[in-house]
Write a protein that binds this ligand. Structure first.
Ligand code: GDR
Length: 327
């Protein structure tokens, strides 16, 4: 009798935006999906079919036991303190969770492999924030790093630990260097979602002002649903490697305001005010990624355009706010 073996994936940060899209993708592909959530998380709602476990990247006491119990084939490390501005207020916390947290898992995976003789493929959510004060544009896998925040520094640490475990211990470990990626599930503290939610609330008469920081920075924004596909493809290759994932287009915050407010018939200039509380001690002025390696090796390319993304988000928030109002 032949035994059918279901592949097992483990996702840290499963309650976040990317955790949602990745777990949905993996469930559709037939994986048994396990996810890590922090102790006081309320749960993740949709998608169903994710087995939840509690754990803290800043502490790590139960990681070995979790690995021995779950026995994942693929491991996606998406958890982090991921707010760049907040990392200036909590630099040590951010270094511990976003930086050391990666090493905690890498070491536990290495030991788990030694104990069990199994092989676990590891994906690290690296970030375009590592490029920071960019040396060249567009940025690709060869572009040197110059992080501009405690968050960026912590991500650089995690990036190199991932490569170090690959080179020192033969771990199948990959860095996805993802540029900004958004969706209707984006956290409300990030600029795109803050804008689309405010636009919807202004449209429905629930808000009259939107306070923002720097409107001139430029970002390469893609759709999170497209980007999780690239994560999965990285772990299906014969060899582990690092890949930039981006659209290759960059836009200012002003352009995002134009696109979203304009889509619902509003002039953002009437509502937006600058508030120094949302400025950062150091800014990343321009990010624009060159994902030609991901295109060539992984056969990956983004499907959703900047305009489609902006419209998708503002329409979703309009619907959300309408539902709230009619309750
Ligand atoms: P970022 O995303 O820092 O690029 O990191 P964010 O959306 O927070 O900021 C983008 C740009 O918008 C400017 N900005 C504001 N940002 C926020 N959050 N709130 C504001 O009111 C505001 N006004 C202007 C910022 O200064 C910045 O230039 C995101 C995170 O998801 C990281 O975890 C991830 O690694 C990178 O993207 C890729």
């Amino acid at each position: 009798m032949t035994e059918t073996t279901q592949r097992v994936a483990f996702i840290t940060g499963v309650s976040g935006q990317d955790g949602y899209y990745l777990s949905k993708l993996l469930v559709e592909k037939g994986y048994a999906v396990h996810g890590l959530i922090p102790c006081n998380a309320p749960g993740i709602g949709e998608p169903p079919d994710v087995n939840l476990h509690y754990g803290d990247l800043g502490e790590g006491g139960n990681f070995g036991t979790l690995l021995d119990t779950i026995r994942p084939d693929e491991f996606y490390n998406l958890a982090a303190q991921s707010h760049v501005r907040l990392s200036f207020e909590l630099p040590v916390y951010t270094a511990n969770v976003t930086g050391l947290g990666v090493l905690r898992w890498l070491e536990e995976i290495r030991l788990h492999q030694l104990r069990t003789g199994r092989s676990v493929r590891f994906y690290q959510a690296s970030s375009s924030e590592m490029f920071g004060k960019v040396k060249t544009s567009p940025q690709n896998e060869e572009t040197p790093f110059h992080p501009r925040s405690p968050y960026g520094c912590a991500k650089v640490f995690g990036y190199w630990q991932t490569i170090n475990h690959r080179e020192s211990y033969g771990l199948f470990a990959c860095n996805g260097v993802l540029f900004n990626h958004e969706s209707p599930r984006r956290g409300e503290g990030f600029v795109t979602r803050k804008i689309t939610l405010a636009a919807a609330r202004i449209k429905l008469g629930l808000q009259d002002k939107l306070l923002l920081g720097n409107l001139d920075s430029q970002r390469d924004w893609g759709f999170a649903g497209d980007y999780v596909e690239a994560m999965w493809r990285m772990l299906q290759q014969d060899q582990p490697d690092d890949y930039v994932v981006a659209t290759g287009e960059t836009h200012t915050i002003r352009a995002f305001l134009d696109e979203t407010f304009g889509h619902i018939g509003l002039d953002w200039q009437k509502y937006v005010e600058q508030d120094p509380r949302f400025l950062r001690p150091a800014e990343v002025d321009l990010l624009c990624g060159d994902a030609s390696k991901a295109r060539r090796v992984l056969g990956w390319k983004p499907k959703v355009s900047f305009r489609e993304l902006a419209q998708m988000m503002v329409e979703s928030d309009l619907e959300l706010v309408r539902r709230e109002v009619s309750r």
